[in-house]
Write a new protein. Structure first.
Length: 564
């Protein structure tokens, strides 16, 4: 995007909280998503209230939120892989269409007076499935809509979008349900998808072209899981996220019961209480930059957990709508800051090739905690009362601080995560197809005896880099006869997987590997050997065996070259 397309908005300079809105594409998508978020929140009010009227059971009310978020927990990793492998714009369109079908179906069965608790949960699940497939494609594409310097602010604005809707959408939903019934809420949600579908359809996205064919879906899922598992930063953030979400989702899950049982109100009260929680979340999002400048991530997570815990316990005792609304607003601020902090930490640190899958892992952790927590706090409320459930939830939030003593929240990684543009063509004389493999790579280093311990420590970091970019079976060995010789060895499943592995290094990871390579002595570079492994009994060794792999798009070799 050209700088000439930037428009001035208020006094927001580069890096300001509203700076991303100066980019027309981001502004259009953000505005349409805000409208869609309103629709989803309005439907949430109608669905929870409909379940309350049909059953009156706390457990069933909690399942409404679980049914909506369960697809995100179940499908997020697959959705993230799809977002990284295929055109994100098309994936977003298909996903929004699915949610639209679910919303229309829910409206239709309600209009025909056929709504049952089971059908309500089913159509909430369908709407949630569309949301699950949409979210990674949408969030991963934010980096294509704004410059890198505005990415954290854009992430914050997307969170603000949802919480603006949460501030007013539930109240609107409550009034709408009170005046026109749940059918009006379901119909409003169906209409809310149309602007976002139009904006996504009109987006003239230029897909990134690669000389390699797209990764298979199964392999892409495995690559994403391996990346998160072998990334200490992301692993710790995901663990902290699921613990926080499980302990802290009680207020939003039990909001209809807070309004009805603790405050003696109806749908309007329910909407207002949700609005208070959302308004607090917006305030928290707008204050993110200031609080992050004053507190480390670890201290900020501790502060948010304490604030939420005190508010939840107080809501359990309160029977005043004004006091409860104030407490929920403060709790909403704590919830927003803590979840947004985890989101920013994931998205800023993730390389572009795995952004969708990294975000999907975060969403799985978040929604997994919400689903488990919604069901669990519903059970506690069913057995012991809504007030007791909120108090226990507050105690659980305090207990999360103990976990944080050994799983500390990492600082947001400000390192350079741009990919290094390495040539993917390597010297080879053997005719290889894309599916040829396994590929064995060995790298021989000569390291001075005095540097052996430091070199070994540097190679431990290289091991993590190799693993999260697609290699497996990594090892480092020292020559017995010549202790200065060290041999690094690892595998990739196929030739194309090896080429992808070479293309996935970020600037930061490249620098780390160069630090290890710097220990090598001698005029020649470390000796690299790439070998095609031939396991005993491999059918590919037979001339008659078919090998219907991907077309050889990487430097086809001549028959004379293939003789080696």
């Amino acid at each position: 995007m050209a700088d000439a397309g930037i428009e001035t908005i208020g006094n927001s300079g580069p890096g300001g909280p509203f700076a991303p809105l100066r980019w027309p594409l981001f502004r259009r998508i953000w505005s349409a998503s805000l409208f869609s978020n309103f629709g989803q929140l309005i439907q949430g009010v109608g669905a929870a209230w409909a379940m309350t009227q049909m059953t009156g059971r706390a457990e069933m009310v909690g399942l409404v939120q679980s049914a909506t978020f369960a697809p995100i927990m179940l499908l997020a990793v697959i959705a993230g892989a799809v977002a990284d492998v295929y055109d994100r714009r098309k994936i977003a369109l298909y996903s929004l269409s699915l949610s639209l079908v679910g919303a229309l179906g829910l409206s239709l069965i309600t209009a025909l007076d056929l709504l049952t608790p089971e059908l309500l949960l089913l159509f909430c699940f369908i709407v949630g499935t569309g949301a699950a497939m949409f979210a990674p494609a949408w969030q991963a594409s934010v980096g294509e809509q704004v410059p890198q310097r505005d990415l954290p602010a854009a992430i914050g604005l997307n969170s603000i979008s949802y919480n603006i809707a949460r501030s007013f959408g539930p109240a609107i939903g409550g009034f709408l349900v009170a005046l026109a019934g749940v059918l009006a809420a379901f119909g409003a949600n169906a209409l809310s998808y149309i602007p976002l579908i139009i904006v996504m359809y009109l987006w003239k996205r230029m897909p990134e072209k690669s000389r390699l064919p797209p990764e298979g879906l199964v392999r892409a899922v495995i690559s994403g899981v391996r990346y998160v598992f072998h990334s200490p930063h992301m692993r710790r953030v995901c663990i902290r996220t699921i613990i926080l979400a499980t302990a802290g989702t009680s207020a939003s899950a039990l909001m209809p019961l807070i309004a009805r049982q603790l405050l003696g109100g109806g749908a309007t009260t329910y909407g207002v209480m949700l609005g208070c929680f959302g308004m607090g979340a917006v305030a928290g999002a707008l204050s993110m930059a200031k609080v992050r400048a004053r507190l480390s991530n670890q201290r900020l997570m501790v502060a948010c957990a304490l604030v939420m815990a005190l508010c939840y316990v107080s809501v359990g005792f309160s029977r005043s709508a004004i006091l409860t609304g104030l407490l929920l607003a403060i709790a909403g601020s704590g919830w927003m800051v803590s979840i947004a902090l985890c989101n920013i930490s994931i998205q800023v640190a993730a390389p572009r090739w795995v952004t969708g899958r990294a975000l999907a892992s975060f969403q799985t952790a978040t929604t997994g905690g919400i689903v488990i927590g919604s069901w669990g706090w519903g059970r506690v409320a069913e057995s012991h009362g809504t007030d007791i459930a909120l108090m226990v939830s507050g105690a659980a939030l305090i207990a999360t601080l103990i976990v944080g003593l050994w799983i500390r929240m990492p600082e947001v990684d400000e390192a350079d995560e741009r990919l290094v543009h390495q040539p993917i063509d390597v010297d080879r004389k053997l005719d290889l197809k894309g599916r040829s493999g396994p590929i064995v790579v060995t790298i021989e280093y000569r390291v001075a005896m005095d540097d052996a311990r430091a070199f070994y420590g540097a190679m431990q970091k290289v091991e993590k880099i190799r693993a999260r970019t697609g290699a497996y079976g990594w090892s480092i060995a020292r020559d017995i006869g010549d202790p200065e010789i060290w041999t690094e060895r690892y595998h990739t499943p196929t030739w194309h997987d090896y080429l992808r592995q070479r293309s996935r290094l970020t600037e930061t990871e490249h620098e780390m590997t160069q630090r290890a390579t710097a220990f090598h002595q001698g005029e020649e570079k470390p000796r690299v050997r790439r070998k095609l492994e031939r396991p005993f009994g491999s059918v590919r060794w037979s001339d008659e065996a078919p090998d219907r792999g991907d077309p050889d798009i990487i430097m086809p070799v001549s028959p004379s070259q293939a003789s080696g």
